[in-house]
Design a protein around this ligand. Structure first.
Ligand code: UDP
Length: 329
């Protein structure tokens, strides 16, 4: 039985990962300040340390023996729009928290470190081609900048301390646990799919479509929506790859979907209209962000299970329908 630490393990992606590790029979410790995460998202036998990663004493205490076999660092501020309004907070919090966790891992002798990174690292090509793992990082928003700083700092820790790190640059995590236990519940919610589903259910105002004048097939921005369960399984796949050294991978489906195509998919799955209003572009949003996972697949053998957009949307729709108040009720 392996022993893992998952930071942000009560959050959207973190809870799917913690639950997968737990199902594998591993010993999982989650550290989460519950500012965005939910205790109810964790199996009762997973140990939850409620603490802020900015608090070094608390982080060091979570690393008390026995040693972890690996750390999955997922906790992060991650809203692009907020990062453009408050760039200094984004850079400070994301960097300081990641460095506190990495320092504690090194001090404990846990030298396998998987960090969530992001598509926002890149200034994507305007031709819409998938961004591959060798693309040069060039963040267009402060959130992406904060993740780039973390990746670069870890590379120095590799040189100095032999820390092996894997940076997984997710594109748009979406969907929910197909068994319906885990879902997407952010407060405030800023993500397209849960907002659009709630608008469809009359639980929120009509969705604002941010930007209808992009040079894309229908004028709205294109993203690569990857199922959160596939992201969780990618974390397991990368552990073995870490034995051969540090690595950085993009994780997406290679398929771009416009905002309007997401709304159409929700319409097909729900059989209902999706109330929407056209709105100006959101600061920091590129027109197209699509990832190539080819290198990741070639080097780890990982295979995404969720390939059809409507299947992905169905999981998100079912969870919101069954959990009108999210985890709260
Ligand atoms: N989006 C939108 N209306 C919203 C929220 C998002 O049109 O209320 C768009 C956003 O501009 C982007 C896409 O949906 O093009 C995905 O945004 P999200 O915030 O879900 O993820 P991000 O791409 O920022 O990580």
């Amino acid at each position: 039985m392996a022993r893992y630490l998952v930071t942000g393990g009560a959050g959207f992606i973190g809870s799917h990962l913690a639950s997968l590790l737990h199902r594998h029979g591993d010993d999982v410790v989650v550290i989460d300040n519950l500012s965005l995460g939910h205790r109810a998202a964790l199996p009762p036998s997973v140990k939850l340390v409620v603490a802020d990663l900015a608090d070094r004493t608390a982080v060091n205490a979570a690393f008390a023996s026995p040693r972890f076999d690996a750390v999955f660092h997922l906790a992060s501020l991650s809203a692009v729009g907020d990062s453009m309004r408050d760039p200094l907070r984004y850079c400070r919090e994301n960097l300081v928290c990641a460095m506190n966790v990495a320092e504690a891992a090194v001090a404990q002798g846990c030298l396998r470190f998987v960090v969530s990174s992001t598509a926002s690292l890149f200034n994507p090509p305007t031709d819409g081609k998938p961004v591959d793992a060798d693309a040069r990082p060039d963040p267009q928003n402060a959130y992406g900048e904060s993740k780039l700083m973390i990746e670069r700092a870890l590379a120095w820790a590799e040189q100095a301390h032999g820390l092996r790190y894997a940076a997984l640059r997710f594109f748009n995590a979406a969907g929910c646990d197909p068994e319906g236990r885990l879902g997407e519940d952010h407060a405030p919610e800023t993500h397209l799919i849960p907002l659009a589903i709630d608008a469809t259910l009359d639980r929120r105002p009509p969705l604002s479509v941010f930007g209808t004048d992009y040079a894309t097939r229908d004028g709205t921005a294109i993203r690569d929506y990857i199922h959160v369960s596939d992201i969780a399984s990618a974390h397991l796949a990368v552990l073995e790859r870490l034995e051969r050294g540090s690595c950085r991978f993009n994780l997406g489906t290679g398929q771009g979907t416009t905002v309007l195509e997401i709304l159409q998919s929700i319409r097909r799955v729900s059989g209902r209209d999706v109330p929407a209003l056209m709105a100006p572009r959101r600061a920091g949003d590129p027109a197209v962000l699509v990832a190539s996972s080819e290198r990741f697949i070639a080097e780890t053998g990982w295979q995404p299970r969720w390939r059809r957009l409507d299947d992905l949307i169905q999981t998100a729709w079912s969870w919101r329908l069954a959990h009108p108040g999210g985890y709260g009720g």
